[in-house]
Design a binder for this molecule. Structure first.
Ligand code: NAD
Ligand code: TYD
Length: 339
């Protein structure tokens, strides 16, 4: 299979490329990535020389570049991970989220229509469902839960989902969508909760917890997500949405305390800061459909996954220290300086 993976220099796309190259050595992967602040070629260094792999730097919104790549590669499958992915940045500056996440998705699907495709897969998020109340632990997001977004980020992702379903219905494009809960694991950009707390704790810097830290996220080890996407592109049904999650709900504050314990750092590093605007309270996925229809179940427990992740950040300091020594410093000062 010839697969174009967009956003493969980012966190989940990078992990997906490593996963597929190992699991399906006969497949060819072409990674298309703009290399924004979130894209790191060092994430792809282990596969860069592989004959089954090609890297192309381009913007998914650049129609000419996208069409040229399709003419060169005639992919069987496109998996779209490319996105602006950070809620806090979307609150500061929504424009690029609309451009990349909506217009970029449309451009990729137009190319799929023009050149033909076996499957276009849209990597979406559980955030399109909005949030759940803390006092109703019996409620979960199913594929039928109405779209009800809170942030410019989640709104842009929901728009892309609607567009993908419309391209399926109107043009018969063979589309699938996965909506996954929060991922964690290697190569996670240190602006997100878990890697940020690990990096700050290792540097004995304050650990900024928004509000009271009571918000709940449903955490999934990134390799489990990659396995789900791989299953969907091979065995999923056209036009279907699949929720992906591991029933692993945790409060932010408990995760931060766990990271302190694992690293032998004092909880006095924890600093409560101003809450995020429009902060979603709780995400919780019901993954029954993907289990029933595709036999998917998570394989890594949170206890194992978080230890593996912390070990990875300890053993790969250069990867994240390079990031936090660059442009990231301006971002950090902007986001946390006067919070
Ligand atoms: P990320 O920010 O780590 O990586 C995004 C990648 O996309 C980067 O390599 C970046 O350079 C690239 N990119 C951005 N704009 C581009 C453009 N215009 N053209 C080409 N490439 C571009 O993101 P991530 O956390 O790996 O998330 C990947 C996907 O998974 C996103 O679509 C996100 O919405 C979704 N998702 C993420 C999570 C999570 O917990 N991180 C959970 C569910 C769904
Ligand atoms: P994040 O990793 O940004 O993922 P998302 O907002 O997409 O779920 O944040 C996870 C949770 O952690 C979220 O409730 C916000 C919170 N958070 C903090 O408390 N402090 C931080 O510095 C960050 C980045 C996030």
């Amino acid at each position: 299979m010839n697969i174009i993976v967009t956003g493969g220099a980012g966190f989940i796309g990078g992990n997906f490329i490593h996963y597929v190259i190992k699991k399906h050595p006969d497949d060819r992967i072409v990674c298309l990535d703009k290399l924004t602040y979130a894209g790191n070629l060092s994430t792809l260094a282990p596969v860069m020389e592989s004959s089954a792999f090609r890297f192309v730097r381009a913007d998914i919104c650049d129609r000419e570049a996208v069409y040229r790549l399709f003419e060169e590669e005639y992919p069987d499958v496109v998996v779209n991970f490319a996105a602006e992915s950070h809620v806090d940045r979307s609150i500061e500056d929504p424009g690029v989220f609309l451009q990349t996440n909506i217009m970029g998705t449309a451009t990729l699907m137009d190319a799929c229509r023009k050149y033909g495709i076996r499957r276009y897969h849209q990597v979406s998020t559980d955030e399109v469902y909005g949030d759940l109340p803390l006092d109703r632990p019996d409620l979960f997001f199913t594929e039928e839960t109405p779209i009800h977004t809170s942030s410019p980020y989640s709104s842009s992702k929901a728009s892309a989902d609607l567009l993908a379903l419309a391209y399926h219905r109107t043009y018969g494009l063979p589309v699938t969508i996965s909506r996954c809960s929060n991922n964690y694991g290697p190569y996670h950009f240190p602006e997100k909760l878990i890697p940020l707390m690990i990096a700050n704790a290792l540097n004995d810097k304050p650990l900024p917890v928004y509000g009271q830290g009571l918000n709940v996220r449903d955490w999934l080890y990134v390799e489990d997500h990659c396995r789900a996407v791989d299953l969907i592109i091979r065995e999923g049904k056209d036009g279907e949405v699949y929720n992906v999650g591991g029933h692993n709900e945790m409060r932010n504050i408990d995760i931060v305390k766990l990271i302190c314990r694992e690293l032998g750092k004092s909880e006095s590093l924890i600093t409560y800061v101003a809450d995020r605007k429009g902060h979603d309270m709780r995400y919780a996925i019901d993954p029954a459909k993907i289990h029933r229809e595709l036999g998917w179940l998570p394989e890594t427990s949170f206890a194992d996954g978080i230890r593996k992740t912390i070990r990875w950040y300890l053993e790969n300091r250069e990867w994240w220290e390079t990031i936090i020594s660059g442009e990231y410093r301006n971002y950090y000062e902007n986001m946390y300086g006067n919070r």
